[in-house]
Design a protein around this ligand. Sequence first.
Ligand code: ADP
Ligand code: MG
Length: 497
Amino acid sequence: MKNTVNTPAPLVRGYEVVIGLETHAQLSTASKAFSGASTRFGAEPNTQACAVDLALPGTLPVLNRGAVERAIRFGLAVGATVAPLSIFARKNYFYPDLPKGYQISQYETPVVQGGFVEFVLAGEPRRVRLTRAHLEEDAGKSLHEDYAGQTGIDLNRAGTPLLEIVTEPDMRSAAEAVEYARALHTLVMWLGICDGNLQEGSFRCDANVSVRRPGATYGTRREIKNLNSFRFLQEAIDAEVNWQIDLIEDGGTVQQATVLFDTDSGQTRAMRTKEDAHDYRYFPDPDLPPLVIADAWVQAVREAMPELPGAMARRFEQQYGLAPYDAAQMTQSRAFAAYFEEAAGSGANAKLVANWLMGEVSKRLNAAGADIAASPVGPLLLAALVRRVQDDTLSSSGARQVFERLWTSPAGEGAEPSEPLARVDALVDALGLRQVNDGAALQAIVQAVLADNPKLVDDVRAGKDKALNALVGQAMKRSQGKANPGQLGELFRRSIG
Ligand code: ADP
Ligand code: MG
């Protein structure tokens, strides 16, 4: 299938960049992929690896149904084929954090085949094709930093279920790789199949990067391992692209390799020459029968699917008249979208609600490192505030002051009413912010300001717009910030003629 959506990206120093991503999403099951041991993060080292996770003699793996169900949900969400039959294989290698000597994975026949992820890059719709997504187990962790001169091994993570999501080499810039990764991250959390926690390693990307002259065949790639932040993904690809171009310009050739990104130096550094598939001696795991997924199961998962972020964003554009950018922001998570819909559905102007969510609310949530579900100002309260801006009770600056109070003083404090609109109104009065919209009162202020500022009046007559703003500013000051600035401007213009 040819990729018809993406247009070429700008070249870097005359080269085209080609990127394919492999993402490991940790599936949010309570127990491991093939054992009943807990997947909880942060336990004492080596307290959550059971005999099955270590493949001790006499044990047998039993596939976790929840992990398969999550893979199906993902496959349906990206328009992939959910394979009715897939095979678990052993990928053989030795590493201290894999003492059993092999990782259970899927090789020739993965559970999810094909599909695509769509997102927006600098206002342009993009589509990245998926090759596959397969189920596998994670290895343990080597702890190099905790012991001087020694390496600790923690096997708690061994056997944790992963979905490895592999793209075609469809991305053409670091920025595009980042937007793809963000869209994928949003999607897996939206589907409830992965907690998306980047710090804890629940979502990590390997970036395959090559460069070529436009029109040439693909160059040799190097694979940057284990990038667990969007910033590192961007920086690592940029560094790698420049390294490859430098090498080629110096007359060298890129050798296929696995590299690490050193976050201190900002450089990529070769870790090992790249293994080929035959190095791993893949063979079907004799302890696990083929995974057979009945149609009825796929159908049941399909029926339980939530509305997906892309579809919801398009609905927000139509139903609420949001711009595409705003609709994408409102669908950054299910909790965010639910908040927006509850506020917009209760009679507040949707565009204003979106602006408040992208502005004040996000600013404060980010500062507090909090999720929207923990917002001290709930959707109905925000809607009440927005309605008071709509009906001119509050100016936008007055609304920000009320918002500040709503944010910092939890509901029910003091004698405040609990009904949202009444609560907002009580604060408007307590803070003396009720906007003056009365024509006669405003006209009196305008006359006084005109009398005091003949020079500004002359300037307005001479066509200086700034002078009009200065007059409105004077009037706002005289009204202690309560006058309706829009009406003031209108009155000044009429009075000066
Ligand atoms: P493996 O890493 O196990 O060898 P593959 O060979 O299937 O697996 O490729 C892994 C990833 O590398 C895929 O995401 C693929 O799109 C990407 N890839 C393949 N060839 C190139 C290339 N020339 N440049 C950049 N990425 C590539
Ligand atoms: Mg790989």
